[in-house]
Design a protein. Structure first.
Length: 214
């Protein structure tokens, strides 16, 4: 399996988008720094140089591309397992693609695709960064802020890559056991959120995550 690491790049997701034709299935691209790291809705993804884990995995396998609705939540459960193995507690999964610890975001997942050709799973996990910008500092955390000690980003990357490959293999064969983990650690459970119902935004109480990941 191919792994590529950059000292700096615009975005690991963008790199894969521009090069997927020449890269094998499950290529992992990481970078110590991103000049244009982005999240959902094209929001900026903040990270100091060499302090956090930022990586993307390319999926070219057609059977898995079809399973894209399962992927964000399934990857979130890999992050939960990874953080648990570092003895971090109070982890929850915020549908559809964030991981929280103690009510603060520690990880974001960005799934991007090129129709029927590939999927790109981008993961940003806050590891050794202690200070975040004013806009996000109240709602953001990192492993060092929780554990008070540094963690090897290299080791984390390798462990997470293995966990993700294992989970993708399960998804390919329709094993949905990740849903149980999501349901048991659902950040939004019993919270009120706005949802679009008959084209109207209504305040609803979250009960659970459905079988189809909605
Ligand atoms: C989000 O919370 O909206 C998702 C954030 C995803 C950030 C990661 S960092 C690695 C990869 N490259 C990017 O530009 N974004 C993802």
């Amino acid at each position: 399996m191919k792994k590529i690491h950059f000292k700096t790049i615009n975005s690991t997701n963008t790199y894969i988008k521009e090069n997927y034709k020449d890269l094998p299935n499950f290529t992992c691209v990481s970078s110590a720094h991103q000049s244009q790291g982005h999240g959902r809705y094209n929001r900026n993804w903040e990270s100091n140089n060499n302090e956090n884990l930022m990586f993307s995995i390319l999926i070219k396998n057609k059977k898995l591309i079809e399973k894209f609705p399962s992927i964000s939540l399934a990857i979130a459960t890999c992050i939960l397992k990874l953080l648990t193995s570092y003895k971090i507690k109070n982890i929850s999964i915020k549908w559809p693609n964030d991981v929280y610890v103690n009510d603060k975001k520690i990880c974001g997942i960005l799934l991007e695709g090129i129709a029927n050709e590939c999927l790109i799973i981008g993961v940003g996990l806050n590891v050794n960064q202690t200070n975040f910008s004013k806009e996000i500092e109240d709602k953001t955390t990192s492993m060092i802020n929780i554990k008070n000690k540094k963690t090897s980003i290299f080791l984390l990357k390798n462990k997470l890559y293995k966990l993700i490959l294992k989970e993708l293999n399960k998804i390919e064969f329709d094993d949905k056991s990740y849903l149980e983990i999501v349901r048991n650690n659902n950040y939004l459970k019993d919270k009120e959120v706005f949802a679009s119902i008959n084209n109207k935004q209504e305040l609803v109480k979250v009960i659970d995550v459905n079988e189809d990941n909605s």
